[in-house]
Design a protein around this ligand. Structure first.
Ligand code: SAH
Length: 330
């Protein structure tokens, strides 16, 4: 029965809520076959090539208080740093030298990064390296700000929706944040012509398998260019410190379902997956993912961008980060 459902998904690129739920409930029995089919679909569209994006973690300051996140404003133990415009450009220089052609600027919501500062950085990256793409992942901003950044040359924006369930959203975030504003941002980004990435954590507190089935329907409807998913990982200095981390196996299975649902999507095997299981990212690639985001942040700040406990790749230089992925067979 499970095999027939995977075959149907490969053929139709969509299942009903009940069918997705059946697969998610029984995933342990069918994950190998799902990975095999998802890999075949990925190879047919993209070949064996894995896309590499250089991640520059620009700031660990954040005005928000997401209950799951280690850099939440309320975490008094968090070490804060922010990169200046010229430090970001140094990371891009180093990345370009190493062969990176996409830079992802990610950070907490930090008012230091005004539109003026960001536009300067984006334009300068594009001036120095016209053959690169600039991706932003700086949280919720105004419609006007997204527009200004797009006009300065930003190509893509990653903003995980975190959950497609409004009630669930309110259990993960304080009242100062809203599901509706997050969705407004995603709508704006699409309308402005960004290539948009959304996503969610697997195994976040209060998430059910029904929620996960709905995530797949949500993604199908939205048709984003990228989908970032990773396991929720407990951070000891957050209100969710008492919750268990999500499952790497289930995350890998969902990567396969996402590949089969959105065959053309860019799908990273995330650092969170590699943190939970040593071979997590490799398994993600084998199950249909096709993007890796090695860390290009300066080594001395990496530990401070601590979204969750025990994050990997916080020690070595960027070049070594790439080298270690290659060593692991990617
Ligand atoms: N401030 C930006 C970037 C957020 S960090 C924004 O709002 O988009 C990128 C992602 O890390 C978040 O979207 C969230 O899904 C994930 N994340 C945060 N805390 C996490 C945790 N404890 N475990 C796993 N992933 C986490």
């Amino acid at each position: 029965m499970y095999k027939a459902l995977i075959d149907k998904l490969e053929r139709d690129c969509i299942l009903s809520f009940e069918e997705y739920l059946t697969l998610i409930n029984g995933y342990k029995e069918i994950s190998d076959y799902a990975a095999e089919r998802a890999s075949a679909v990925r190879n047919r569209i993209y070949g064996k090539r894995v896309y590499i994006r250089g991640l520059i973690e620009v700031s660990s300051y954040c005005k928000n208080n997401c209950y799951y996140c280690g850099i939440r404003a309320g975490n008094k133990n968090a070490e804060r740093y922010r990169l200046t415009g010229s430090e970001i450009l140094n990371c891009a220089d180093e990345g370009y030298r190493l062969g990176f052609r996409t830079f992802v600027l990610q950070g907490g919501e930090d008012a230091y990064y005004t539109d003026g500062l960001l536009c300067g950085v984006i334009k300068e990256i594009k001036r120095r390296f016209p053959d690169t793409a600039v991706t932003l992942s700086l949280g919720e901003r105004s419609t006007e700000s997204y527009k200004t950044l797009k006009e300065a040359g930003a190509d893509r924006y990653l903003l995980r929706h975190e959950t497609a369930n409004k009630k669930h959203y309110s259990l993960l975030h304080p009242d100062t944040m809203s599901f509706d504003n997050r969705q407004r941002c995603i709508k704006d980004l699409k309308a402005l012509g960004y290539q948009v990435g959304v996503g969610f954590m697997v195994g976040s507190p209060y998430q059910t398998n029904e929620d996960l089935a709905n995530e797949l329907l949500y993604l199908k409807k939205l048709q984003p260019q990228m989908v970032g998913i990773g396991p929720f990982i407990t951070h000891k200095d957050t209100p969710f410190k008492g919750f268990k981390s999500g499952s790497a196996d289930l995350t890998v299975f969902l990567l396969s379902l996402i590949r089969l649902t959105l065959p053309n999507v860019l799908l990273p095997a995330t650092t969170a997956l590699g943190t939970l299981k040593a071979d997590g990212r490799e398994r993600g690639i084998k199950a249909g993912a096709n993007v890796l985001m090695p860390n290009l942040s300066p080594t001395d700040v990496r530990k401070k961008y601590s979204l969750y406990d025990n994050k990997i790749c916080t020690g070595e230089e960027a070049a070594q980060c790439l080298g270690c992925l290659i060593k692991n067979g990617i």
